[in-house]
Ligand binder design. Structure first.
Ligand code: AMP
Length: 543
């Protein structure tokens, strides 16, 4: 027998309606290239989204069209999110920091019809537009006063474009499975792959993310998303904020600028923020150097890469801020796990708690996970057994956009994340490596991430990478690559000694190379593919 409840659709339009009625006066504060501090309310956000929807229609955009954005976190990008998706179009967010060839590949693969581009990025499009046959026009995200001279064809000024339009718009009734946003993965291997989210997946993900045991979002919260809106929808915060009525503070192009972040955090009374480890390190360094405090921030989320212990300890001890590590990926919208304590853990010492914060967190309802061995047999949750991490759930992708390749999913529909992990009896998951980065030494697995985490905690070390290199006796052994502080005299023996007692002796790297820089992907992750290429002829001294 079927239940007798209404089958209303879960759509982003529904979020917009709820937010406009319930929280019209909630603020959105943004830094943009043309305004150091723009301020308006939810009412303005959705009124202007309707003007933008009218403008898109007049330009000739129709349902299912991909509309590209190359933009930072600000109010115009929020308007684009809602105007496109709620019109039945697809907001295709593109990372402006990608290599130009990758941007061209992505625009052509998605067959984008219009490109909305930030004032700081339009020159990139000037260099590319002759190779983008599907694009009918470019809109620069600024006003008439700041509109640049440009060689782009069919170019419009965003503010002029929407000013001419009515603020009344009849949003279509969409099926909840309609596509809403397209985001390509960073692509450290091969071409980037498109992940196509639906209204339903975005709403469910934002619901789950808001829960008390996840991000614990309340109406009184003030959110500063430092994670970019072009990277997995800023982890869903542009949807979770209006569901809960939270004030939004958007850092625009200043995402890695400690001074601006500190200013926004204190002056706008931010209570919650989210970002990758690199931005937190930039902020901590600024705070330490300038002897500043954090007045209202009490919790933050770190994800996208493993969080070093130093970030957890420095925020805890110097600024009274709790760090919640989370894990996920573009294919998962992105949330899979997040740190929170369970009942009975209130009395853990701060060091015991930090050890749990160092893990990637506990599963969020809606995203199932399991670890499996090489034969796809499920492994126990004992904190010891580790294997390939697989997930499934309503906000996990079922296939890539316009791709026939299905080897990322098994016969039962589980998605292979490419991460290797263990899960303890309490449900805390710990990533030990990427499948391709694990070092296989004499048949035993060594976690490159574990070695990197230990090395980066050395006071003289800025950044590290560990890769496996050929060794005639062990097949592969770990090579440690280090950037040390400019004024340090750190040598090979010192850093290798640092590992004593922290890992089994046989896991300690065989050699160390000091470098001035390490290669990163456009989303700031270590590019191990490029590193392996750089060290392809390397030979261990003991080989
Ligand atoms: P992306 O799709 O670019 O967000 O990358 C997703 C990948 O980033 C995951 O599969 C992990 O390998 C890595 N990642 C994300 N969060 C974490 C974390 N907290 N700790 C370690 N690795 C992470």
């Amino acid at each position: 027998m079927r239940g007798l409840m209404m089958d209303t659709q879960l759509t982003i339009t529904g979020i917009m309606r709820h937010a406009e009625l319930n929280y019209p006066d909630t603020e959105v504060v943004s830094v943009t290239a043309d305004n150091p501090l723009h301020r308006y309310t939810y009412k303005d956000w959705f009124r202007r989204s309707r003007q933008l929807a009218n403008a898109l229609k007049k330009l000739g955009a129709v349902e299912d069209d991909c509309i590209a954005t190359l933009a930072w976190n600000d109010y115009r990008h929020l308007e684009l999110y809602y105007a496109t998706s709620c019109s039945g179009m697809i907001c295709h967010t593109i990372n402006p920091r990608l290599f130009p060839e990758q941007v061209a590949y992505i625009v052509n693969h998605a067959e984008d019809k219009f490109v909305f581009v930030d004032l700081l990025v339009y020159k990139l499009m000037e260099a590319l537009h002759t190779n983008l046959p599907s694009v009918k026009g470019y809109i620069i995200l600024t006003d008439a006063e700041h509109m640049p001279e440009t060689s782009l064809p069919n170019v419009y000024c965003y503010e002029d474009l929407i000013a001419a339009e009515s603020d009344q718009f009849e949003w279509p009734d969409l099926d909840e499975n309609t596509a809403c946003v397209l985001c390509y993965t960073s692509g450290t291997t091969g071409n980037p792959k498109g992940v196509l989210y639906s209204h339903r997946s975005a709403v469910l993900h934002a619901y789950a993310g808001s829960l008390p045991s996840v991000l614990n979002l309340k109406t009184a919260d003030v959110l500063l998303p430092i994670v970019p809106m072009f990277h997995v929808n800023a982890w869903g915060l542009p949807y979770a904020a209006p569901i809960n009525g939270c004030k939004l503070v958007m850092p625009g192009p200043k995402m890695a600028d400690g001074e601006t972040l500190h200013f926004l955090l204190n002056s706008e009374k931010v209570t919650f923020s989210a970002g990758v480890p690199t931005v937190w390190l930039a902020l901590l360094d600024y705070l330490d150097k300038e002897n500043k405090s954090l007045d209202t921030l009490r919790r933050l989320t770190v994800g996208g890469a493993a969080c070093p212990l130093s970030i957890i300890e420095r925020f805890r001890d110097d600024y009274d801020v709790e760090v919640m590590q989370g894990w996920g990926m573009t294919e998962m919208s992105p949330l899979g796990t997040l740190f929170s304590l369970k009942a009975g853990m209130e009395d853990l010492s701060k060091d015991e708690k930090a050890q749990l914060q160092l893990k990637q967190g506990r599963g969020v309802f809606g995203c199932e996970m399991k670890i499996v061995d090489e034969d796809n047999n499920e492994l126990p949750w004992d904190g010891v057994a580790f294997g390939a991490l697989k997930v499934r759930g309503p906000w996990v992708c079922s296939a890539y956009f316009k791709a026939d390749n299905t080897d990322s999913h098994d016969a039962d529909g589980w998605f292979d994340t490419g991460d290797v992990a263990n899960i303890d009896a309490q449900g805390y998951m710990q990533i030990t490596d990427r499948t391709k980065d694990v070092i296989k030494s004499g048949g035993e697995w060594i976690s490159s991430i574990e070695l990197e985490n230990i090395a980066v905690d050395h006071p003289d070390v800025t950044e590290t990478a560990v890769i496996g290199r050929y060794h005639p006796k062990w097949t592969e052994r770990p090579l440690l690559i280090v950037i040390s502080h400019a004024d340090s005299e750190l040598n090979k023996a010192d850093i290798l000694k640092w590992f004593d007692g922290k890992v089994a002796t046989w896991m300690i790297p065989n050699d160390v190379v000091f470098v001035d820089e390490l290669p990163h992907t456009a989303t700031g992750k270590l590019n191990k593919l490029s590193l392996r290429d750089q060290f392809k002829d390397y030979q261990f001294p003991d080989a």
